[in-house]
Ligand binder design. Structure first.
Ligand code: FE2
Length: 340
């Protein structure tokens, strides 16, 4: 079975083709991602403007599609279904992916599979990076910060803790722009944090297993930036302290969820899973609790359509494909049926 996946929730437009392999000699069935082509809108000081992102996605669609099919080495007649990211995400961007999927579906006369973006971030990590099938998941990206795991009986992910305002990635992206870092996003914060020398005391907000980052952001804007202007602190110090504080919050909430659930593995996934310092802090916590720590690989952490195609294969095999295809800007991880 070959499935073509489309990802378009935010800054990245991507098309991938995944294949479910026949049972081999060992009796293992395997999903392989044959191609995974991405085109990311560059981050700038103005941030991401929805209509500009949508324009970008629509304009790169033909080329990305061509490349994905060529790299996979499959003919269009060999594609069995098309999947797209139904949400959560930015409305304008979701719509481009939805229209692209509808076009391919009607042209090739193949079924269409709507995929929950958050579920797919977790599924690709579970598939390729975990030792167990049932990890506690720390899902961190621009718009999402959740501590979750699969409730098999309920056939849904259960959210134990989450941000009650902005995602940790959004917090770091805005900080990158505020401090005028290069690039002006969370990656710029990583580079600056490595040069930070002074730790600045910042607000630390954990409520049970929930987190809040907007107060941290406001405090930096109102109280810390004036001290950067008068050279008491450097931008590197602010980046360093912000990472340490926000990641410590996330580790505390994750540790609480780990003790509560008794899971034997923690999986870190989502775009911000690429952050080495966050990985290090969570790994240390897991070592103390003698549980395995897994990280989604670099290529599969950020937004890409490989995770959409992979999740769609699981949905098709489990006959768990919703009929409603409407793009959903707010589509929580616990709103999708997961029956595989
Ligand atoms: Fe994402």
């Amino acid at each position: 079975m070959n499935v073509l996946g489309i990802e378009s929730t935010a800054h990245t437009f991507s098309i991938a083709i995944a294949e479910k392999k026949e049972k081999g000699k060992e009796g293992n069935e395997k999903i392989e991602i044959l191609s995974n082509v991405t085109d990311k809108y560059p981050s700038t000081l103005e941030g991401y403007i929805p209509w500009k992102l949508a324009d970008h996605h629509a304009s790169v669609f033909p080329q990305v599609l061509q490349e994905a099919i060529t790299n996979a080495g499959v003919k269009s007649s060999e594609i069995d279904a098309v999947a797209f990211s139904q949400g959560s995400g930015i409305g304008h961007c979701l719509h481009v992916g939805f229209v692209a999927a509808k076009t391919i579906s009607s042209t090739l006369n193949i079924p269409i599979v709507p995929v929950n973006h958050s579920v797919s971030h977790v599924e690709i990590g579970r598939e390729f990076n975990c030792k167990t099938r049932d990890p506690l998941v720390v899902y961190v990206s621009g718009g999402n910060t959740q501590i979750t795991c699969l409730n098999v009986k309920a056939k849904r992910y259960h959210v134990y803790g989450e941000t009650i305002d902005i995602g940790i990635g959004n917090f770091l992206d805005v900080l990158g722009r505020t401090l005028n870092l290069e690039p002006p996003d969370a990656v710029g914060v990583v580079h600056a944090a490595a040069k930070g020398k002074q730790f600045i005391d910042l607000p630390y907000t954990v409520r049970g297993m929930n987190l809040a980052f907007s107060g941290l952001q406001t405090y930096i804007d109102k109280k810390v930036l004036p001290q950067v202007a008068n050279h008491k602190y450097s931008a590197d110090d602010v980046a360093f302290s912000s990472q340490e504080t926000s990641f410590a919050m996330l580790c505390e909430a994750t540790e609480r969820a780990l003790c509560h659930t008794n899971k034997k593995e923690v999986l870190l996934c989502g775009g911000n899973a690429r952050n080495k310092r966050l990985q290090e802090m969570l790994r240390l916590m897991c070592e103390e609790h003698k549980v395995n720590f897994a990280v989604t690989s670099f290529e599969h952490s950020g937004d890409q359509a490989g995770m959409i195609a992979l999740t769609a294969i699981k949905m098709l095999e489990a006959k768990c494909v919703p009929k409603d295809l409407t793009p959903r800007q707010r589509f929580r991880i616990d709103a999708s049926c997961v029956c595989w």
